[in-house]
Write a protein that binds this ligand. Structure first.
Ligand SMILES: *Cc1c(COP(=O)(O)O)cnc(C)c1O
Length: 290
């Protein structure tokens, strides 16, 4: 495997970053997870837009233009013969001293990894996930804007630990006000009486590109959609629940906090949207090979 690191493609074993990198010391950095399907990178420009917005919000200047970053993604996929895979872009503050001051780090560290991944085994996606609602809240704007896809993932990891301890596969986090926000790396949707519902961006969510694609698909299919405020009660009494994310794609949830959702099987609308999503990713995207 070859990894892109600061301008060079290097063997995985040589892709090393300094222990003084503030990404390592403080989680000071931003990242993206992007998928490629059949030789095309899905919504690459949206992912790059979000990466550059996240970086701007934390005063991190990415030393490459968006065009150059597009090339980095393409070249890293090519170097690893990836047609279907997952691209991880990380831009950290870079090597500084032991203090917090980001200005001591002179050059951001830019990494691109292209690999093959599988989030959940197919049996689990067919059966539907067992999730819990976490005690850990989603970080909110007064602390760190949830719209920033930052490397500071400890709150999400705390919620993952809760899920693991409860024998579940994922955790839904609430906003500070107690409304449903999102899972640890995925957005959440529910279906009730034919309406597709998902928390409003003001609930403290990362505005997922998969979330956006699913909302667009639903609207195109004539499904009524609603972005609003939802509680645990709404999750427990939903006809269907599913999660969306670049890594997870569209994945049904059939159990929440020990309650069976709907009839306990992946829902009909979930499956329709999942199928529409697979058709969408197969037909659009930035080509890797020309
Ligand atoms: C990346 C991420 C998502 C999913 O966003 P996509 O753009 O669909 O991959 C959702 N929530 C959090 C916290 C994330 O980091």
């Amino acid at each position: 495997m070859l990894v892109y690191l600061n301008g060079k493609l290097v063997p995985k074993e040589e892709a090393k970053v300094s222990v003084f990198d503030h990404g390592y010391l403080y989680g000071d950095g931003v990242f993206e997870g992007i998928r490629a399907y059949s030789g095309r990178i899905f919504r690459l420009s949206e992912h790059l837009r979000r990466l550059y917005d996240s970086a701007r919000a934390i005063c991190l200047e990415i030393p490459l233009s968006m065009e150059e970053m597009t090339r980095v993604c393409v070249e890293t996929c090519r170097a690893n013969q990836i047609s279907d895979g997952y691209i991880r872009l990380v831009v950290s503050r870079g090597e500084g001293d032991l203090g917090l001051n980001p200005n001591k780090a002179k050059e951001p560290t830019v990494v691109c990894i292209a690999d093959r991944i599988q989030m959940y085994p197919p049996e689990l996606t067919e059966r539907g996930l067992n999730v819990i609602t976490a005690a850990t809240r989603r970080s909110y704007g007064e602390v760190l804007s949830p719209h920033i896809k930052s490397c500071n993932y400890l709150p999400n990891i705390m919620a993952v630990i809760e899920a693991i301890n409860a024998g579940a596969q994922e955790a839904v986090c609430m906003s500070r006000e107690g409304y449903v926000a999102e899972c640890t790396g995925d957005n959440v949707f529910l279906v009730r009486e034919g309406v597709l519902k998902t928390p409003h961006p003001s609930c403290g969510i990362l505005k997922g590109i998969t979330r956006n694609a699913v909302l667009e698909l639903a609207r195109g299919m004539g499904i009524p959609t609603e972005e609003g405020l939802f509680t645990r009660f709404d999750l427990y009494t939903a006809d269907e629940v599913f999660l969306t994310g670049t890594a997870a794609e569209v994945v049904p949830v059939t159990r929440i906090d020990g309650r069976i959702i709907g009839d306990g099987k992946p829902g009909e609308m979930t499956l329709r949207l999942k199928q529409a999503f697979s058709q969408l990713v197969a037909r659009e995207g930035h080509p890797i090979y020309d």
